[in-house]
Design a binder for this molecule. Structure first.
Ligand SMILES: [Zn+2]
Length: 109
């Protein structure tokens, strides 16, 4: 039995294929073939699986190319790196907007 991560149990647990999924099969599957891609990002494709953990939680997963996982990690690292600069720019722009509004009020008075 494959060991998978269950978000509800917050642990790696052995998961089985559900005999009678409680979810409507077409709700949990994005496509009847259990696979798909996005029109906007045709390089992203996946294969879907539904498993049951020992606590009967449905574990829905999608199998993707490992390069996509690497890209997600790189993008998260980049967001983490850029977040402080973005916050500083946001604060600066708010200060500038306040100054401009203050000048306009003084000019219009
Ligand atoms: Zn679980």
């Amino acid at each position: 039995m494959p060991v998978m991560y269950c978000w509800e149990c917050e642990d790696w647990v052995p998961c089985k294929v559900p005999e009678n999924p409680t979810s409507d099969i077409y709700v949990w599957r994005r496509s009847p073939e259990q696979r798909g891609t996005l029109g906007k990002y045709p390089d992203i494709w996946w294969f879907e699986r539904l498993r049951l953990c020992p606590e009967e939680h449905e574990v829905k997963t999608v199998e993707v190319d490992e390069r996509l996982l690497d890209e997600v990690i790189r993008l998260r690292d980049l967001v983490e790196l850029l977040a402080p600069a973005s916050s500083a720019l946001s604060r600066e722009s708010k200060t500038l907007v306040k100054k401009i509004k203050g000048r306009n009020r003084n000019t219009n008075a």
